[in-house]
Design a protein around this ligand. Structure first.
Ligand code: F6P
Length: 553
């Protein structure tokens, strides 16, 4: 007798906690933050939490104590704690790829034990970290020489997606700590402009390429690596130069060797590290060279601080759980389609872009773990840019537009570049005042009576009214240190995890990127074939291909 087909898990929307939240939403959706604050003078201090060096004020959210209780019920009902423990224990949560999800092992201390298939993976993690550190020190000190005997002054990471965005974001975030004698560049796009512009002023004799690719098959990275190799050989006149100017970061030793990089110059990682979760692995090599192994280890320590907080803090005081559940509240019950992340620190310029891959590639899914179509929304569109610049661009819509956009504001008590102004307050005082002003304005707005009382005419008043009631989280930390950055990244990693569990999706695969890759692979020869190829696409794609063929030169 064959096994009966597995019974599909009940839809999330049928769970008692979900239904209780839906009913509750109908009761509280009309409440204004003004009223919630007026009813509870302690709210601003009560609805806060902290961990791993981060402080979260979530009081300016459209929640009551009951909302929070029901959201926590939902977290328990869907098994957030059990799933979290299963992730840390190395269970194969990535069911569609049959893989464990263990980026947390990348930042586990040397004496920790994390078992995968009966093997403790922590010693291997530290062995690679130690090799990376030795190599980074050799490059930084000038001990590692290029083929002509010159020290390396330029480091170019070639990679895309998770093999690019993490190092790009973190090297900008930690620029303050970087060796300014080294030039760090990132080539990701298959657009030849990227490689050309990033190498045009570099001396090949002083340039090291780090080819970063988990699979070592990604079209963009392989094309860029091959062209960089050509550039280097043309510059140095000798193929043997490649050995001193190319290293690789990958899980695919065979392909690395096939490309011509000595396995001794390869830094490995493992299939249980997802691309978008890989910044703490050897994928961070370019970053480590820039900021030094000490700062890189501090970054890992910050990740670990947040891992421990996530693993041990009670759900109601657990930062990733709170952020995740609040996101669910807006996404699924208020129908918010986007979520803005607004760091008030120029060094975090690429943090929203980094979060886009982390969040949208993880939770942009339409089927459950069991393969059924979801009957609820999943991941939001994530976007943002540093304040105060955004204030003069898109905040108008957040304040007065017709779309609800929950926002995370991120700020620091101290600037890494304290700069006084002639008038008294420092630049940082001005910056921070804007953070607090924005969240206050978004929450409380300015009512018609207040506008009229300010002398505005009744005709103009509607334009000057701010309805408020626009939710925000405020995340604060002391200074943007490597440790704080690690905690911040891990906070969002685990937030995404919590939401994936609530939505019953696999946050660790990315099949949605495959179809485009396959079709591009088919179209390439159609663009370049000498004779007119037989095209079997739709009429639009066929015509576009013909248009290009007629003009490609
Ligand atoms: O775009 C899909 C993706 O697989 C990402 O998840 C990944 O980070 C990126 O491509 C790069 O992959 P690789 O490191 O294997 O080159």
């Amino acid at each position: 007798m064959s096994d009966p087909a597995p019974r599909p898990a009940p839809s999330r929307t049928q769970l008692p906690a979900w239904q209780a939240l839906a009913a509750h939403h109908a009761e509280v959706a009309g409440l204004h933050l003004r009223d919630l604050f007026a009813a509870d003078p302690e709210r601003g201090e009560r609805l806060t939490a902290q961990g791993a060096g981060l402080f979260l004020d979530y009081s300016k959210n459209r929640v009551t104590d009951k909302t929070l209780r029901l959201l926590l019920d939902l977290a328990r009902e869907v098994g957030v704690e059990q799933k979290r423990d299963a992730m840390f224990a190395g269970e194969r949560l990535n069911v569609t790829e049959g893989r464990a999800v263990l980026h947390t092992a990348l930042r586990a201390p040397r004496d920790a034990v994390v078992m995968v298939d009966g093997e403790n993976v922590v010693p291997g993690v530290h062995e690679v970290l130690d090799r990376m550190a030795a190599f980074a020190d050799a490059v930084r000190s000038g001990e590692w020489r290029g083929a002509t005997g010159q020290p390396i002054r330029n480091v170019v990471n070639i990679g895309i997606g998770g093999s690019d965005l993490g190092p790009v974001m973190a090297s900008e975030a930690l620029k303050f700590y970087a060796d300014r004698n080294l030039t760090l560049r990132f080539v990701s796009n298959v657009d030849g402009t990227d490689l050309m512009e990033k190498t045009r002023d570099l001396d090949p004799a002083q340039t090291l390429f780090i080819v970063s690719s988990k699979t070592f098959t990604t079209q963009e990275t392989m094309a860029n690596a091959a062209s960089a190799r050509t550039w280097l050989i043309a510059g140095l006149g000798d193929e043997s130069a490649v050995a001193r100017h190319f290293v690789a970061v990958s899980t695919n030793a065979e392909a690395v060797q096939g490309f011509g990089i000595d396995p001794a110059h390869m830094f490995g990682f493992w299939d249980w590290v997802g691309g978008r979760y890989s910044i703490g692995s050897a994928i961070g090599l370019s970053l480590m060279i820039a900021v030094g192994p000490g700062h890189f280890r501090e970054l890992l320590a910050g990740f670990h601080d947040m891992d421990e907080h996530f693993r041990t803090a009670p759900l109601g005081a657990n930062l990733p759980v709170l952020l995740g559940l609040l996101g669910v509240w807006y996404r699924n019950f208020f129908g918010a389609q986007t979520h803005a992340v607004l760091p008030y620190d120029g060094y975090l310029a690429y943090f929203p872009a980094y979060l886009q891959q982390l969040d949208m590639e993880s939770n942009g899914k339409h089927v459950t773990l069991g393969g059924q179509e979801v009957d609820h929304d999943t991941g939001p569109v994530v976007w943002g840019q540093p304040g105060t610049n955004g204030q003069h661009a898109f905040y108008q819509l957040i304040h007065q537009g017709t779309t609800l956009i929950p926002c995370d504001f991120i700020a620091f008590a101290q600037s890494l570049n304290p700069l006084p102004t002639a008038g008294g307050p420092t630049h940082h005082d001005l910056l921070t005042a804007n953070v607090f002003a924005q969240t206050e304005a978004l929450a409380f707005g300015k009512m018609r009576e207040e506008v009229l009382a300010g002398g505005v005419s009744p005709e103009l008043a509607p334009h000057r009214v701010f309805e408020g009631n626009r939710p925000t989280n405020t995340l604060l930390a002391g200074r943007l240190t490597p440790r704080v950055l690690g905690a911040l990244i891990a906070l969002y990693e685990h937030k995404v995890f919590v939401q994936g569990v609530v939505w019953d999706v696999n946050s660790f695969d990315q099949w949605g990127v495959e179809l485009g890759k396959v079709l591009a692979g088919q179209i390439v020869p159609e663009l370049t074939a000498g004779a007119e190829p037989e095209l079997r696409h739709d009429s639009s794609t066929n015509a576009l291909i013909r248009w290009y063929r007629a003009r490609r030169g």
